[in-house]
Design a binder for this molecule. Structure first.
Ligand code: SF4
Length: 92
């Protein structure tokens, strides 16, 4: 097992050890989006999730404060802006 997969599994296991749905939701989001080699912690990365259509989106772990710019993934920021513009067009 390479170090990236090992790190993801360790972080997921810590969340799955928590009782209730919180740990399970956190683990699912980690499994979905976390990249230990990318900027920011797993919470920083999940906070920037742009998949508004995901049933877990409103329940995903989020930072209490906005993600600082130096922790943002430029590709995710650009994608988020495009999706927000598309959603605006659809709803207007
Ligand atoms: S909310 Fe985002 S990170 Fe979490 S499972 Fe859904 S798409 Fe993945």
């Amino acid at each position: 097992m390479n170090n990236v997969v090992k790190r993801i599994n360790e972080v997921m296991a810590r969340q799955l050890a928590k009782p209730g749905l919180r740990g399970a939701i956190n683990a699912k989001c980690i499994d979905c989006i976390y990249d230990p080699l990318a900027k920011g912690s797993w919470v920083d990365q999940v906070d920037q999730c742009t998949s508004a259509g995901c049933p877990l989106h409103n329940y995903r772990p989020q930072r209490k404060e906005p993600t600082p710019d130096h922790l943002k993934d430029p590709a995710k920021v650009a994608l988020g802006k495009r999706l927000a513009a598309m959603n605006k067009e659809i709803t207007e």
